[in-house]
Design a protein around this ligand. Structure first.
Ligand SMILES: Cc1cc2nc3c(=O)[nH]c(=O)nc-3n(C[C@H](O)[C@H](O)[C@H](O)COP(=O)(O)OP(=O)(O)OC[C@H]3O[C@@H](n4cnc5c(N)ncnc54)[C@H](O)[C@@H]3O)c2cc1C
Length: 389
């Protein structure tokens, strides 16, 4: 089972911690197949929704291992942070990708078969099945799958990224969009990732041996230069001392948010705002994470919740008017929420004229400004981040 709510994430982390050192460094690249991913943390669905946070995972890891032993795992956790910061400074790439998805894809040879996982390439079809049935894929499988999609099948990367976003329980605008761009050769300009049959055979322990089936000699696909890094968006600002706390699936742990004042109530945005065509299990994960976040905020702050997910909560069509009415009835003078990073929830909120104050977590404020260039210079800063944490 994938950890979504906080208790599940904490239990999963406890169970994983003994493996976060040398064992992770040795075995992290192996994909043993569905149901056999205990050697990696599988914390991504919880980290994605921040029912557990990166700094918490890092601190607990360093409580169990030296930095030298757990360096590989800690670096991976920082990859998420890096991608989020990198995209935050180039939000046009998310907008461009969304525009392609909205426009739809012209009928392309092999697209339907790939979308349905019946290409005849056994490993690819098996990963497709695992993705749709379990809502998770090992990192190496994601790389191989994306590479086969782009370089062997010659399909548009955006259609593959969209398939992932529909089915992954950890579907993340930054890690997913930039992960696919990296495999395509758009992210590190000119450097594409080619899945090789011998690499797949080795790291799947011989479960798959796609010799002769893959385009191994790959060239980066054509595309414009990456936009230069722009200044990080300042969090939305609103003032007052009676905030109504609003949760979205971007960050469900209001308890650890450095709020300026005690909220007068807490509500989640209706998940129906962003149903799209995402798989039921993914929507259910959002719903569970927000319900858990609401219950925890209620208990922590001793306040009422208005569950935007249930009947009688905020309506999908009139959520802004409903929020204003709720603020009035609770005597709230503004809304407070976690910073909404580049992605669908930010898109949904960016044009509304409600008085919103966003809280940027100190961890993001510390790390994101260093994601201007490649991961290597960012990685060099990890010891500095750790001492600041
Ligand atoms: C094409 C492609 C698409 C991807 N799409 C997503 C996505 O939508 N959502 C998502 O969360 N991750 C995505 N990743 C990154 C990575 O595959 C997953 O974060 C990781 O597999 C999650 O499994 P885990 O929690 O067991 O990872 P572990 O190996 O246990 O790593 C611990 C944590 O480190 C972070 N992490 C590890 N590897 C990466 C990475 N390469 N990039 C960013 N963060 C990383 C995650 O938060 C992860 O939970 C994608 C990678 C590729 C190549």
């Amino acid at each position: 089972m994938l950890p979504i709510i906080r208790d599940e994430a904490l239990s999963r982390l406890e169970a994983f911690l003994p493996h976060a050192g040398g064992d992770y460094a040795k075995r992290r690249n192996y994909d043993y197949g569905a149901g056999a991913h205990d050697h990696v943390s599988r914390l991504s669905p919880a980290l994605r929704r921040r029912t557990i946070t990166e700094d918490e995972v890092i601190k607990k890891t360093l409580g169990a291992h030296s930095f030298a032993r757990a360096e590989k795992f800690i670096q991976e956790v920082f990859w998420r942070t890096y991608w989020k910061g990198w995209l935050e400074m180039r939000p046009s790439l998310w907008a461009d990708y969304q525009a392609v998805i909205k426009a739809g894809f012209a009928p392309t040879k092999g697209l339907e078969e790939a979308l349905e996982g019946r290409t005849g390439i056994a490993c690819f079809d098996a990963w497709h099945k695992e993705l749709c049935e379990t809502n998770y894929l090992h990192n190496h499988a994601r790389m191989w799958f994306a590479s086969i999609w782009i370089h062997t099948l010659g399909l548009p990367w955006q259609a593959g990224a969209d398939l992932f976003m529909r089915h992954l329980a950890d579907g993340c605008p930054a890690s997913n969009t930039l992960g696919w761009r990296w495999v395509a050769g758009l992210q590190t300009r000119g450097k594409a990732y080619g899945a090789r049959a011998d690499n797949i055979a080795q790291f799947t322990n011989g479960r798959f041996e796609p010799y002769g089936e893959l385009q191994e000699d790959v060239a980066a696909i054509d595309g414009p230069e990456n936009p230069p890094a722009m200044a990080l968006r300042a969090p939305r600002a609103a003032t007052g001392d009676k905030p109504l706390l609003v949760l979205t699936p971007e960050d469900c742990d209001a308890v650890s948010l450095p709020l300026h004042a005690k909220p007068v109530g807490v509500v989640s945005l209706p998940r129906g705002l962003l149903v799209g065509n995402r798989a039921k299990a993914v929507l259910a994960a959002d719903e569970a994470a927000m319900a858990d976040g609401l219950a925890r905020a209620q208990a922590h702050f001793g306040i009422e919740t208005y569950n935007g997910l249930s009947v009688g909560g905020l309506s999908v069509n009139d959520w802004q008017a409903d929020l204003r009415a709720l603020m009035a009835s609770r005597g709230a003078d503004h809304i407070v929420m976690a910073f909404q990073p580049t992605g669908a929830w930010h898109d949904c909120l960016k044009d509304c004229d409600l008085p919103i104050a966003e809280i940027l977590r100190p961890y993001d404020a510390l790390c994101w400004p260093h994601a201007k260039k490649g991961f290597f210079p960012f990685k060099e800063k990890i010891p500095q981040f750790l001492s600041a944490l």
